[in-house]
Ligand binder design. Structure first.
Ligand SMILES: [Fe+2]
Ligand SMILES: [Fe+2]
Length: 260
């Protein structure tokens, strides 16, 4: 059974593991630090959101564990490939599950709990919530997806508005900063659907993909945080002010307001 002591051991493992990565390249080092902080921030946010779900003590520790470990594959990905851009062969999901298995990080947990944790890692980053997830994992997966996206929106809304474009290529997933926005992307946002990752070819489309996450938030508190912190507005401010962009911003904003 997952208890406080086991959670603390997992946390110490994560500290040691994540701190074992470093780089002489300043931008890579910054991204190692950023991912480590993102993991701890996701734990804090998931703890907040969990209060909406009446979890018992063990379930709360499960949600903190998935938040802490969900991006553990990012470190090896950044070291080996110097990118956060996932593909079929090299992606942070498989790399993460592999390291948790090879280092036996979850060895003290019951098999059911381990499966829930792997299920949540596996599906945290796909465009929309999968339909085939087992009932028990579903609440945790919803919590993780919201918490993860809230912290990413926090990081990126700052990055897009306060930093020089191109200063952190990894955060931009090496996408071209071109003004075109495809009809597919426009249609998804206007239809209140999450923009599919496969339709994202430019940095502006990536920003719209991130704004469209609002359509896939699961908890009242998540809408509240996104609204209070003005994440959508900040990202919108970094986009070219074209009629279609204004339409899309209006659409996500109305959706957000209707869910408060
Ligand atoms: Fe991730
Ligand atoms: Fe993440």
């Amino acid at each position: 059974m997952l208890n406080q002591e086991i959670y603390q051991n997992i946390e110490s493992w994560f500290e040691t593991y994540s701190n074992s990565f470093s780089s002489e390249n300043e931008e890579i080092q910054l991204n190692f630090d950023l991912k480590r902080n993102h993991s701890f921030n996701t734990v804090e946010i998931i703890t907040e959101l969990s209060s909406e779900c009446e979890l018992n003590d063990e379930q709360l520790l499960v949600s903190k564990t998935i938040a802490l470990l969900h991006d553990v594959g990012r470190f090896a990905q950044l070291l080996k490939h110097e990118t956060f851009s996932d593909n079929e062969q090299d992606n942070h999901i498989d790399l993460g599950i592999d390291v948790l298995k090879s280092e036996n990080v979850l060895g003290k947990l019951e098999e059911d709990t381990v499966q829930i944790i792997f299920e949540c890692i596996r599906y945290h980053d796909i465009d929309t919530l999968p339909k085939s997830v087992n009932e028990e994992a579903l609440t945790f997966l919803k919590l993780l997806r919201d918490a993860d996206r809230i912290d990413i929106l926090n990081i990126l809304s700052k990055y897009y508005t306060e930093y020089k474009p191109g200063s952190n290529k990894r955060l931009e997933l090496e996408l071209a900063d071109k003004p075109e926005i495809s009809k597919m992307v426009y249609k998804s946002v206007m239809d209140e659907k999450v923009v599919s990752k496969k339709d994202v070819l430019t940095l502006n489309e990536q920003k719209l993909h991130q704004m469209s996450w609002v359509y896939d938030l699961n908890f009242k508190k998540s809408f509240k945080v996104v609204s209070e912190k003005n994440y959508l507005k900040k990202i919108y401010e970094s986009l070219p002010k074209k009629d279609e962009v204004i339409d899309m911003y209006r659409q996500v904003k109305i959706y957000l307001e209707n869910n408060l």
